[in-house]
Design a protein around this ligand. Structure first.
Ligand SMILES: [Zn+2]
Length: 563
């Protein structure tokens, strides 16, 4: 009986699939139109993003054979810069940041130079710049496939024989509403015997009506011979691109609304008294704090406040309430959009990096990180108020890593550690701190192999040379780190917990499914994993189509991609 029931369910599923596809044209009839539309949309995207300056971040992990895990990271490289798309994608035009250091730049420029991408790294944003067309490529229908909620045509793309070297060779996924390419995956045809192009898988997300924005590219090579076959390359890498619009674009639309909101901001009679000197000092410090935060957001390095900050605020509030702390002005939280693991404070604002947020295994571990920063605030360790003068934040984006140094002195760090442990001891997290200690052990374990992941861009180091420099007392209470146990998760892989809208920089918590691990290999603490986005259409599409002319590029709620 059970068997027949199972069969009936399966059939019902098949029937459903048949209905889904019945209203769409068969590939034999309409396929040429699909290709023409996809080519048109790809060239249209080139026009949209030309002239924009998104942030590009590439993180590379070198791989070495590992007896237990097949392959494990043995080194890493980090790059952060702004892309200049004003001259099309044929220009490899990164602004190299001096901060990243020569050591980390050289492998990057080798890896993502013309040797591996014929027209430079920017090519992974678009398939072939302005020459993605029928004159240069052959197209072959493969199948229909869902990527998340988005129904796509899967098409093989081959360069024509006489179209020249360095052409895209692989597969594209074209969504079937507006025929945008939402994913492409493959490599480039080779010019010479000694030219090697890496393989990559590039994903886009829907950020508005008929707008699919390049976001994440995963590359991996397990056995790439290069330099005339003398050297072997083994790595995985993720490139993220975001910040297609700026804070200024977003504020421009807010300016229009400001006149409406203004009466409610006016001083009420109770508060209308003159400011006391203490209040003046606090307001001055808050001014400096806001200037720094605004500047970081303007450089597309800080996410505009959205739903993730509410999660962080809740944890901070749990710590404040149980410790009977009343901090004025109130403590706020923000997220730095970059990968290196760090947290720091700017005045009374706690900033945590997306990479750190992604890899923290649970709320207690997050509380431990936030408690350390809250301790700096509670101890009254203030930032330099020189940034309260607006002119001090007028400098180019490229200088931002040099201008804003948030690192603390060793005595300040130690005082904050002590205070944070005291606060955690009174908090609702006091019995769950073993997991936080375990995270720190995993961090110590990876710190030598992944020096660029633990090298902060702004704040203080969390670890160095296999030693944890922050809250290390928590490790004493934690269980032993057991790499072989699948039920002990000390740290998550990178990119696991949050989803980013690359057009507006808004970040949200990803809807994580609990997946039982089959082997210790699947734990991948602090590791890069292949990009696999749950694609979906922006719900705002319907709203905007219905006449919403707010000028805001995106709605408040972000619904782009969940892993
Ligand atoms: Zn600190």
């Amino acid at each position: 009986m059970k068997n027949s029931l199972y069969t009936i369910r399966l059939l019902a599923l098949f029937a459903l699939a048949a209905v889904c596809f019945a209203d769409t044209p068969g590939p034999a009839i309409e396929f040429d139109q699909v290709v023409d539309r996809a080519v048109f949309q790809e060239n249209n995207l080139l026009k949209i993003i030309r002239g924009l300056h998104p942030v590009a971040e590439t993180y590379i992990q070198d791989l070495a054979p590992d007896p237990d895990f097949g392959a494990a990271p043995s080194g890493d490289h980090y790059f952060l810069g702004k892309l200049d798309l004003s001259r099309g994608v044929n220009t490899d035009s990164f602004i190299h940041k001096a901060h990243t250091g020569i050591g980390s730049l050289i492998p990057f420029s080798h890896l993502f130079s013309a040797r591996f991408f014929p027209r430079g790294f920017a090519q992974t944003l678009l398939i072939d710049g302005a020459q993605f067309d029928r004159a240069h490529y052959d197209f072959e229908f493969v199948k229909r496939e869902f990527l998340g909620d988005v129904r796509t045509y899967v098409i093989n793309v081959n360069p024509k024989k006489n179209s020249g070297p360095g052409r895209f060779l692989g597969r594209i996924w074209v969504e079937d509403k507006e025929f945008n390419i939402v994913r492409f995956n493959g490599t480039y045809s080779q010019a010479h015997k000694n030219t090697f192009y890496i393989h990559f898988d590039s994903w886009r997300v829907n950020c508005g009506p008929d707008l699919w924005v390049p976001f994440e590219t995963y590359s991996e090579e397990s056995d790439l011979l290069y330099a005339a076959g003398l050297r072997r390359l083994r790595f995985k890498a993720v490139t993220r691109v975001w910040g297609f619009t700026t804070a200024e674009d977003r504020h421009r639309s807010e300016f229009t609304n400001l006149t409406v909101d203004l009466p409610s901001v006016k001083d009420s009679s109770e508060q209308a008294a003159d400011n006391s000197s203490v209040e003046s000092q606090r307001a001055w410090e808050r001014q400096g704090e806001d200037n720094v935060l605004d500047r970081l957001e303007k450089a597309n390095l800080l996410a505009p406040p959205a739903e993730v900050e509410k999660v962080l605020d809740t944890v901070v509030n749990n710590l404040l309430v149980t410790n009977d702390l009343n901090v004025v002005p109130e403590v706020r939280t923000r997220v730095l959009l970059t990968t290196p693991l760090e947290s720091f404070t700017v005045g009374h604002t706690i900033v945590i990096s997306r990479g750190l947020l992604d890899t923290l295994p649970d709320e207690a571990s997050l509380a431990a990180i936030l408690a350390h920063e809250l301790a700096h605030i509670a101890l009254g360790q203030q930032i330099d108020t020189k940034f309260a003068f607006s002119d001090r934040i007028f400098f180019d984006d490229e200088a931002i890593l040099q201008k804003f140094r948030m690192a603390r002195s060793l005595p300040e760090e130690e005082a904050a550690n002590t205070k944070a442990l005291e606060m955690l001891g009174k908090s609702p997290y006091k019995d769950k701190l073993g997991q936080a200690g375990l995270f720190l052990k995993a961090l110590a374990n990876s710190s030598e192999r992944l020096p660029n992941l633990i090298k902060p861009l702004f704040g203080s180091r969390m670890a160095a040379n296999n030693n944890v420099l922050r809250m290390s007392a928590l490790m004493e209470k934690s269980p032993e780190l057991q790499k072989e146990r699948t039920d002990q998760i000390a740290a998550l892989p990178l990119g696991a917990r949050t989803a980013l809208d690359p057009w507006s920089d808004r970040l949200r918590m990803a809807k994580l499914r609990a997946v039982p691990l089959l082997s210790p290999r699947e734990k991948m603490p602090f590791e890069l994993t292949p990009v696999s986005l749950h694609l979906t259409y922006e719900p705002v599409n319907q709203a905007r189509a219905a006449g919403d002319q707010s000028g805001e590029p995106r709605a408040q709620e972000t619904q782009t991609a969940a892993r």
